[in-house]
Design a protein around this ligand. Sequence first.
Ligand code: UT7
Length: 428
Amino acid sequence: MKYAHITGWGKFVPQRVMTNDDVAQLVETSDGWIRERTGIGARHVAGVADSTASMSINAAINALDIAGVAGNQLDLIIVATATPEHAFPSTACIVQDALGADRAGAFDLSAACSGFVYGMSLAADAIKAGSAQNVLVIGAETLSRVVNWKDRNTCVLFGDGAGAVVMQASDQPGGVLSTLLRSDGSGGDLLILPAGGSKMPVTHEAIDQHLNTIQMNGREVFRFATRVMDRAAREVMHKAGWTADQVDVFVPHQANMRIIESASKSLGIPLEKFYCNIEYYGNTSAASIPIALTEAAESGRLRPNDRVVTVGFGAGLTWAAAALQWSQPRPPSRSRKTLSRVGYGIAGMRSRAKRVLRRFEDRVFGTLDPTLRPPAPGRNGKSSNGNGKYAPAPTPMPTQVPSLPIPDRDASALESGKQPQPVDEKLD
Ligand code: UT7
């Protein structure tokens, strides 16, 4: 039987710190109110060079160093995020490229603040099923870019950062022992980023109404969170065969200190057993649990063989929990770390070489459709967009969604339960 152990951990937070007093310069609030109602004292905010991918890569490098795993040994990369680098390509693919993980599948996972625990659960299942040996699971967010800095109901809460773990197959009992994944889409409107998806593109109107920023019904989310923290923790402990008093450390999603205190009360577990760092980071959504796990491990609060329970909850609505036995880290090795750095340097050069080769192939062999060619470089060798970076030819946007050549009778056929005709046949 295979077990899925966490063998490496790492975090990255942007340098810039915004205190409650800084936020109070933007909206009508106070350090006192924020601390009393949430437990938050400060949050890290992305600078111009920080993004979800860059923070993910930094956290991942630290986690791989501790695990002693090279990028090209990874089988799978999962990035849990609600603020991906782009809609596509996935942030996970950008991480894969930077790490030189050329044997790995990579995908983003959208389950908001529960995303990291969802990812850990999928990784554990892949390892236990034998389809992966080494998996990198990252939780990363750049929430400062989707927060309305004029809305005091939300802007005081969120922060940026990334956390990562390496999970590895082992015959030794331990690691992730039980997990639980749940959802309730009926509460989707309680915490939502309305614009920017296929339903509502980001238009001037959407921006004017702040629909491209987080909208939240705080009280309802609070109620939901206190309910599910207790239930989900009990269920994973039961599945792992543990009682609450056997758990050494609880690592909850860091959304609000009052939610954590309520879980402590209802589970009958002293608050000292909960690892809390919300004071310094605020709510970093999918990144909050891996950042907390990393800090708990680095500070010696998490020791080998400790029994750990994590619970995440958030938009969707989603919630998830895991019971795991903490693993022994490998002794640190300088030479391994140096070798890894060289490996990432080579990965960067190889990635650039592949891009150049693709452009060269395109010039030599051409594409079928000349409009798909990238702009030709200018006389100074720079691409014609003038900033020196490769930029694909802009895709003309249709002013109206084109209607599909399917006759109206389709809808009625579907409604009456009849099979629709194949499209080709109908067009004849
Ligand atoms: O990751 C998961 C996602 N999010 C969460 O888990 C958040 C869950 N919810 C919460 O943490 C809390 O509901 C909040 C921290 C968001 C709000 O705390 P609350 O104790 O539920 O406050 P409230 O919304 O009931 O508002 C109480 C008062 C209101 O004033 P009135 O109507 O009583 O006069 C608000 O207008 O506090 C006011 N208020 C503020 N005052 C100063 C709301 N936000 C602020 C603020 N500063 N930032």
